[in-house]
Design a binder for this molecule. Structure first.
Ligand code: 5GP
Ligand code: ZN
Length: 116
């Protein structure tokens, strides 16, 4: 837990979020500024800053996190038509919140991946 982290505050309920799924290791909630009709974020409950901070001992949690992304996408009804997943890492990756999160973007066709 990092006391100044927005996503840790969502995990512990200090700030509200539209939660979709929660278990002992991960939480999924709707993005506050959706880029697509369906835009969810799936995060580990533990404060891990970014993908580069994952370590060997996180393998089980990371596998669970990814499997739950697929589960949440099915729950949101976007799995059949498809969706995009995205992980931004640090400054050049465009990461704005320093707590590892996987975006689920769906509900419409998203364009080819363009990096501007
Ligand atoms: P990043 O650019 O770090 O990959 O994405 C961070 C995402 O978190 C953005 O899409 C942004 O809209 C979302 N976000 C930032 N603050 C909040 C918040 O307080 N609540 C929710 N639900 N989403 C947030
Ligand atoms: Zn955090």
């Amino acid at each position: 837990m990092s006391s100044d982290c927005i996503f840790c505050k969502i995990v512990n309920g200090t700030i509200p979020a539209r939660k979709i799924y929660e278990d002992d290791q991960v939480v999924a909630f709707h993005d506050i500024h959706p880029q697509t009709p369906v835009h969810a974020l799936v995060i580990p409950k533990r404060h891990i800053v970014c993908l580069d901070d994952l370590r060997d001992e996180d393998r089980t949690m990371a596998g669970h996190l990814l499997e739950r992304v697929a589960h949440v996408a099915r729950e949101l009804g976007v799995a059949a038509e498809g969706y995009r997943t995205l992980i931004n890492t640090r400054e050049h990756g465009g990461q704005e919140v320093d707590h590892l999160h996987i975006h689920i973007l769906g509900g419409r066709r998203v364009g080819p991946m363009v990096c501007r």
